[in-house]
Structures are given as C-alpha cells and as structure tokens.
Design a protein around this ligand. Structure first.
Ligand SMILES: Cc1cc2nc3c(=O)[nH]c(=O)nc-3n(C[C@H](O)[C@H](O)[C@H](O)COP(=O)(O)O)c2cc1C
Length: 162
C-alpha cells in the first residue's frame, strides 16, 4: 500500500445525542497540526459521492436502536447498499461509540456496520477500530482525540503498510 498524499481529513458523524459530534470537534482541535485541513460533516443527506475525494476518512458514529446506526446515518448507510460503488481509493478509520453494560449483545455495532460495509466495497481500513464505551469512558472526546492523533500519524506515514 503506497503512502497517502492526503491533505484533508474528513470526519463523517453519525449521532443521536451529540456525543459523536463532540468527539469529532475535539479531533478537529487536537489534530490541526497534523494535517492541512480537517472537516466535520454530519451524515444527514450524505451519499456515496462523499467518497469522491482523496481525503482520509474517519467514520465517527454511535449505536442506537438494537445495534443500528443512528437516525441521521440511516439513509447514508442504506445508500452504500443501494448505490454500491468500488471504494478502493478510500482509506478510513472508525470511531465506534456504544455502551457495553447496557447493550452487550450489540455493543458498538453502528461503527462496526460501517466498517464492514466500507471494506466490502473495497475501502481500506487503517489501524484498529477506536471503540468508545459509555459505560467506562468518562471523557470520550479526549479518548477519541488521542486515538486520532496516533491514527493520523500512522495513516500519513510514508511506509504505512496496513
Ligand atoms: C435508545 C438507545 C439505544 C442504544 N443502543 C445501543 C446499542 O444497541 N449498542 C450500543 O453499543 N450502544 C447503544 N446505545 C448507547 C449509545 O451508542 C452511546 O450512549 C453513545 O455514546 C451515544 O452517542 P451519541 O450521543 O453520539 O448518539 C444506545 C443508546 C440509546 C439511548
């Protein structure tokens, strides 16, 4: 896998009660020195054309219902099935929010679903999932920002080989 020339990080946010949005905003502030541009987009109204750039992508989404993606991500998630396209140029990371104590059977499935679907379409995940567990994590913004600093370093490294 060649190194990336990406100069933009695009964070796509699925959220119901704004925790994931706050994590994305924390990343925007904490990682500004690592890449030229960081843009945060809510998933409302998105379709697969959002991947028509050479940006790096982070999917930052919570889980709702019984292991579903949040309401504002439903149409976007469905569009990845309805309008499938090869996403071999896409390199992405995932921040999956959930609650393991309340929802052990479906823990963090929102992010896991996006991860699976994007990889099905040929996109390449860099690194491991960042799982933010509401039952143990009191500062999801700090944890997400710390993860993203390491993730960006890996994603932008010349010899990155994942
Ligand atoms: C109605 C409801 C359903 C939920 N379902 C799940 C679930 O199935 N699995 C899970 O891991 N977390 C579940 N959660 C927990 C949320 O994903 C978690 O609290 C997350 O931090 C919320 O992020 P948000 O504010 O960005 O939506 C649920 C929360 C609510 C309120």
């Amino acid at each position: 896998m060649p190194s990336t020339t990406a100069s933009q990080l695009l964070i796509l946010v699925g959220t119901m009660t704004h925790t994931a949005a706050q994590v994305a905003q924390a990343i925007e502030m904490a990682c500004a020195d690592l890449i030229s541009a960081i843009d945060v987009r809510m998933m409302d109204g998105l379709d697969p054309s959002v991947f028509d750039t050479d940006a790096l992508y982070v999917i930052c989404t919570s889980t709702h219902g019984t292991g579903d993606v949040p309401d504002n991500a439903q149409a976007f998630y469905a569009s990845l099935d309805a309008q499938p396209r090869y996403l071999g140029h896409v390199r992405f990371g995932v921040i999956a929010l959930g609650d393991s104590a309340q929802y052990p059977q479906t823990f963090a499935n929102g992010g896991r679903r996006f991860d699976e679907r994007l990889r099905d379409l040929g996109a390449v995940r860099v690194g491991e999932l960042c799982v933010l567990d509401a039952s143990v994590e009191t500062k999801p913004e700090s944890a997400g920002a710390a993860w993203c600093r390491e993730w960006l370093t890996q994603a932008l490294a010349p010899s990155e080989a994942s």
